[in-house]
Each structure stands twice: as C-alpha cells, then as structure tokens.
Write a protein that binds this ligand. Structure first.
Ligand SMILES: Nc1ncnc2c1ncn2[C@@H]1O[C@H](COP(=O)(O)OP(=O)(O)OP(=O)(O)O)[C@@H](O)[C@H]1O
Ligand SMILES: [Mg+2]
Length: 141
C-alpha cells in the first residue's frame, strides 16, 4: 500500500460571506471528484460552511484549506479552518449543544463533530484551528 500523499487542493481565504460559499462549494466539488456520494458531499459542505461562518462571525477573517489525503484504500478529505481571532476560552463549553456567545443555536461545532469522522480543535488567544476529516473505504475498481 502506498503511503497517503496529502495534496492541498484548495486554499480559500475567508474574508466575507461569499468566501463561505466558495469554501463550501470547493469542498463539495472535491468530494464529488473523489466519488463520494451526494449525502457525504452535503455533509462535508455543511461542516465547512459552519466552520467558515464561525471564522467570519468570531474572528473576522481566516483561511480554509481543503486537502485530499486519500490512500489506495481510503478516500479521505481533510479540511483545516484557521483564524487569528480571540480564540475559544472554554472548548468543552463551546462543544456543548446549545452553547452560543452570539445568541445563535449553538449547534455549529457539535453538529460538525457529529458529521465528521475526525474532529480536532485547538484554540488559544490569537489562534484557533479546526481540523476535520471525512474518510470512506475506497471502492475496488
Ligand atoms: N473561530 C472561533 N473563534 C472564536 N470563538 C469561536 C469560534 N468558533 C466558535 N466559537 C465560539 O464557540 C461558540 C459555539 O460555536 P457554534 O458554532 O457551536 O455555535 P454558534 O456559532 O454560537 O451558533 P450556530 O453555529 O448554531 O449559529 C460560539 O458561540 C463562539 O463563542
Ligand atoms: Mg456557529
């Protein structure tokens, strides 16, 4: 089995709401190109949309990197969403359903975690980084 080679397919700067749409569409496009089903395309697009919306809302701006980390046996898409905003002081609290500092539903982060196969969040003042991955067994040709 070949070692997976990670290829950064898209880097989308997140500066305004059109970029949220761009990131969302880019994620869907890669998922479709790698032959993930339409439900998975939507799951990934939704997750990317939530995280990039948070960037705009809480940090003002940031970046979304969409990576093809597939191997011979797995189709794997990793998305890294990063910003240099104020950070999340209490991650455990932020991951709770219904917790919002902006009067939102507080459904974004826990929802994204449920949609994805892997979810990592690191945050400190001045840097927040979310890394999410969707992986599916690769169908034999
Ligand atoms: N990139 C970020 N930088 C700083 N704080 C963040 C960031 N992302 C999320 N948060 C904090 O985590 C909380 C929970 O985020 P989450 O996306 O789950 O809910 P929400 O954005 O408040 O509401 P919803 O996403 O349902 O509209 C936010 O209210 C905010 O305080
Ligand atoms: Mg949110």
């Amino acid at each position: 089995m070949n070692a997976p080679v990670e290829e950064v397919v898209y880097i989308v700067p997140i500066l305004d709401s059109t970029d949220v749409l761009k990131a969302r569409q880019s994620a869907r496009e890669l998922a479709a190109r790698l032959k993930l089903g339409s439900a998975d395309q939507t799951r990934l697009a939704t997750a990317v949309s939530e995280l990039t919306r948070n960037v705009l809302q809480y940090a003002g701006q940031g970046q979304c990197k969409i990576i093809d980390a597939s191997s011979d046996t797995q189709t794997r898409i990793t998305v890294v969403v990063e910003d240099h905003g104020p950070g999340i002081p209490d991650i455990e609290l932020a991951m709770r359903d219904g917790y919002s500092t902006s009067g939102g539903l507080g459904a974004g982060l826990p929802g994204v975690q449920r949609l994805m196969d892997e979810f990592h969040l690191i945050s400190q003042s001045g840097h927040t980084c979310l890394t999410i991955t969707m992986s599916r067994p690769r169908l034999a040709l």
